[in-house]
Design a protein around this ligand. Structure first.
Ligand code: FES
Length: 103
């Protein structure tokens, strides 16, 4: 059964950076852009390499430096080869200034 977990205050999160967090031995990343936050499983969809280690936000795009794939920071959709699948996203919401992720 999925649950909403609190991962921190929106205003404490830096914008346009990869913010890693873990829950029950699973690793995820957050990306804040203004008042919205996106959450993804911490794995590139190309070869399952950790985006928290090989990823970087460049001009509003999440780039995986392992082989050069790029993803939309908002919805995780793949933007270029070699990725052919989107990132695994998780729903987010903001409640009283706290970011929550459904996992
Ligand atoms: S593992 Fe990310 S581009 Fe290959």
């Amino acid at each position: 059964m999925k649950e909403w977990i609190a991962v921190g205050a929106l205003l404490d999160m830096p914008e346009n950076e990869i913010i890693p967090f873990s829950h029950l031995s699973e690793d995820y990343i957050l990306i804040r852009r203004g008042d919205s936050v996106s959450a993804f499983v911490d794995l590139c969809s190309h070869q399952a390499i950790k985006l928290s280690e090989f990823g970087e936000i460049q001009q509003g795009v999440l780039v995986c430096h392992a082989h050069g794939a790029a993803f939309d920071c908002h919805d995780g959709r793949e933007l270029c080869f070699p990725a052919t699948e989107p990132l695994q996203s998780r729903p987010t919401r903001i409640t009283a200034g706290q970011v929550e992720v459904q996992i």
